[in-house]
Design a binder for this molecule. Structure first.
Ligand SMILES: [Mg+2]
Length: 141
């Protein structure tokens, strides 16, 4: 979606743009009176929270009839995706396919989280905070 805004509006929403839009381009155009006006073409950044991704993926897997009967079975499939990711790293550097295997891992984990009613975004934030509070635990770089 593109928005075209006059420069005055552009300036007043500069902060909003910086925090909510991924790209802002300025464009000078002559209007009917020959006066140069500046327009900003802004491409809004598409935000999707991790729980929404989990929900959408869960719904799709459900429609496909692929859900597992137990969390143990679902976790085994996470492990199988880890194995696939490992296979993509057998060379000197990870293959182009490596990123897709990482996505498979994350999607399978999110699927379990949604199934179990876990707010993954909050759990991740809480865990990152907890990890930071643990300090180095004796480890050095
Ligand atoms: Mg895979």
């Amino acid at each position: 979606m593109l928005l075209s805004l006059p420069i005055a509006s552009y300036c007043s929403i500069e902060r909003l743009t910086l925090s909510h839009f991924s790209c802002a381009q300025q464009d000078h155009k002559l209007n009917g009176t020959g006066i140069t006006t500046m327009h900003a073409t802004i491409t809004p950044k598409v935000f999707m929270d991790i729980n929404k991704i989990a929900e959408q993926n869960y719904d799709w897997v459900e429609r496909m009839g692929w859900h597992n009967k137990s969390t143990l079975e679902a976790l085994a499939l996470v492990a199988s995706e880890v194995g696939e990711a490992i296979n993509e790293c057998r060379g000197e550097k990870p293959t182009e396919n490596f990123k897709e295997e990482l996505a498979d891992i994350v999607l399978r984990v999110l699927d379990i989280a949604h199934w179990q009613g876990i707010d993954m975004e909050q759990v991740l934030l809480d865990k990152m905070k907890k990890n930071k509070q643990r300090g180095t635990r004796g480890r050095v770089k």
